[in-house]
Design a protein around this ligand. Structure first.
Ligand SMILES: N[C@@H](CCC(=O)N[C@@H](CS)C(=O)NCC(=O)O)C(=O)O
Length: 218
């Protein structure tokens, strides 16, 4: 039975993008079930049919349902060990898990003020001090990884992995809100933007026509 990944609009759903990338970048076959977000009770009921949490993403593997982006990425890493989503070395793996959890549970100001919206024209907005601190911290994380793991490849820990999947939507946020970054951070963004799976998601998101008014305010 093929895996099913329930996701929201590719233009807006940054949480959906993360596990989708973890699967697609590793060529794991899955059926994609895209349910438009915030359209009303019918679509919400469709999400609830898959997950009692009522949120996307959700992964269905036979009689196992996994919800919440980071749990899905963890499940994919266990179910398909050949993906090497986490670094092999224990200390590096702990590092990758720490920054992934930090992304998953933090950076609220950036998330609130710079929502992912792929078709939004590129332009800067005035950001709060908290959002600017989030941006500085993310760059510190990226540059720290690049300095430490440069020898192994161009992603955070060398090859594309779980931590990259967790930070991928930030690349879109930095790009579309014209956020100035250090050259090392820009190099990481360029690496991410050249990943075929990232490009595939982005093309599909840009092709969507459904507008969610409440996400179009900035
Ligand atoms: N912590 C969750 C967040 C999931 C989430 O907030 N998903 C949003 C879309 S990106 C959603 O499903 N919203 C629809 C709703 O609340 O009705 C995760 O990491 O998966």
């Amino acid at each position: 039975m093929p895996l099913k990944l329930v996701i929201g609009n590719k233009n807006y759903s940054s949480w959906s993008m993360r596990p989708w990338l973890a699967l697609r970048a590793n060529h794991i076959a899955f059926e994609e079930i895209l349910i438009p977000l915030y359209t009303g009770d019918a679509d919400k009921a469709r999400i609830l049919d898959f997950s009692d949490a009522g949120k996307v993403p959700a992964l269905i593997d036979g009689d196992v349902t996994i919800w919440d982006s980071l749990s899905i990425v963890e499940y994919v890493a266990e179910r398909f060990p050949q993906t090497r989503l986490w670094p092999e070395d224990r200390a590096s793996r702990a590092h990758a898990r720490s920054i992934s959890a930090e992304m998953h549970s933090g950076f609220m100001a950036l998330r609130n003020e710079c929502g992912m919206n792929l078709h939004r024209p590129i332009r800067a907005v005035a950001l709060s001090a908290d959002a600017r601190a989030n941006i500085a911290r993310i760059q510190q994380i990226w540059i720290g990884c690049r300095e430490r793991y440069r020898e192994s490849g161009s992603f955070l820990f060398g090859a594309f992995g779980a931590a990259d999947a967790m930070f991928a939507p930030v690349v879109h946020r930095f790009r579309s809100y014209a956020i100035e970054v250090a050259p090392e951070a820009q190099a990481y963004m360029d690496t991410m933007m050249s990943l075929p799976a990232f490009q595939e998601w982005t093309r599909a998101g840009l092709a969507e026509t459904l507008i969610i008014e409440k996400l179009e305010t900035v």
